[in-house]
Design a protein around this ligand. Sequence first.
Ligand code: ZN
Length: 574
Amino acid sequence: MDREAATLEIKARLNIVDVVGRYIELERSGRGYKGLCPFHREKTPSFHVEEENQYYYCFGCHATGDIFSFVMHMEGWDFVEALQALASEAGVVLEGASTNKVNNKLLDIMEQACQFYQQQLRGSFAEKYLKDRGITSQSVVKFRLGFAPDGWQNLATSGIKATEQEFLDCGLIQKRRSGSGYYDRFRNRLIFPIFDGFGRPVAFGARALGDDKPKYLNSPEGMLFHKKELLYGWNWAKESVRKQKTLILVEGYMDVIACHEAGINNVVATMGTALTEEQIEIFSKQTNKVILAYDADAAGQMANRRGVMMLLRYGFDILAANFPVGFDPDDVLRKLGPDSLKEAIDSAENYLNRTIRQSAANNDLSKVGSKTKFLRDIAPLINEIPSRALQEEYLHKLSEITSLSYYAVEKEVLQKTSKEYERGRSRYNNKVVSPSASDLTVDVYEEAERDFVATVFGDPSYINEAMEIGFELDWLENDGLRNILKGVLMPSDSLSVPFNRDSVELIRELAERMEKIDEKRFRDCLRKLAERHIYRQIEELSIAVTKSNESVFYFEALIELRELMIQVENLSEL
Ligand SMILES: [Zn+2]
């Protein structure tokens, strides 16, 4: 079945209420169902699922869509991934793209290799090593730990049905440096299969059991394995991350296993590298709270700081677990027991507060030079905070700690001008999941207002295009801009408009801006203003709906809302 037909067939076979109901609790409400919105934080349900039309809508954050967009958001999948998952659930057979066939073949080989390594573990000295380290037999099964025996050609004789090229594409064998032929990549090593979000092995991490170097050897990047886009443990973690709204970040496989043994499942490992943006995208839709569970030294290291700065930029709440110095989660579990591990994570402290405290302790703050050094150490982190209010709170705190004036601290820490700050921030606007997300978009509309008035200021005939889609003066929020536009459109009234120094400044700015605006930019700003106007109507309607208990009104309002949302979608055709 081609993609379009498959999409329709899946929608016909699956009920959105069942699919959504797997992620959040739904209760019947009027003609549909409602529950707590998974896309924004709330205490009273404003997330509605319409069974009849098979779509969802949130009155709080305006998230809307169908069965596909829902699972895409919840799982962090792209459309093709959602299509594959829902197709297999609905029993719809997809027309396999050729790359999919190749990938499926490779996945099958990885699965066979995983089983082969698991079989080899039984009775091996690697099994004894795991036992000595205190890894439970349940963990060995759950994490599918295995053993790659010594020898160069074990895979070739393992019974796995694959060509040399396929073994090579899987990263399981390597070409000989001299002469022809291949040999096994993993030899005499403990095997940790690395799973994708569906729980399929896509790579292996291999730990040397003797003195072989390197100590840890991973599958190479390839057709299946993209290290930067994968988090070890996500296949087990996603369910509980969604429920607990918290993700725990650790460094390695052993730490993930240790946490599971202590009953903590919402945990993933970055596998020894700095956190990437692709990895953040995987979990940013399920939670905005992250606990760093690195050992105390590692947490402060620069490689990890880069990841932390990215998390700050996304608006995450970041906590740091309280481990003894030199202890990672695995050490804590093995040496101090599961209760200590849980306690260390439960008592996690705000990351910024802790970093400030530790850095203050490492610098003699009675000396001016040390104060500057201290502030420069903290500055990169403060600069990433996407909320101005929170930033100011930290500046006050730093001023207190250093006994420097707020102004001096601000000057030292905030090296960017506020304009640069806005620009840097707006890149992330649509990704930030936080109640204050709407505040962040203000500057986009302010820009649109300026562009719009500048254009009409330069050529008043442009107003006709705006009138056609219902433009009125109250679409503008900036009083100064509204007055100028009034003056342009109704010159006879303009005498009553007070012109002051601010408006002269504004006109100068508009005249400059006019030069840079072309047709496309005008359409963009007009679309933005129309969009905000419609959003405001949606907002008002939402409030009215949540206050009303009458199902007739509720249903009519939903229809009206649907129309408004279609209007927003149609704006892109302007
Ligand atoms: Zn919502």
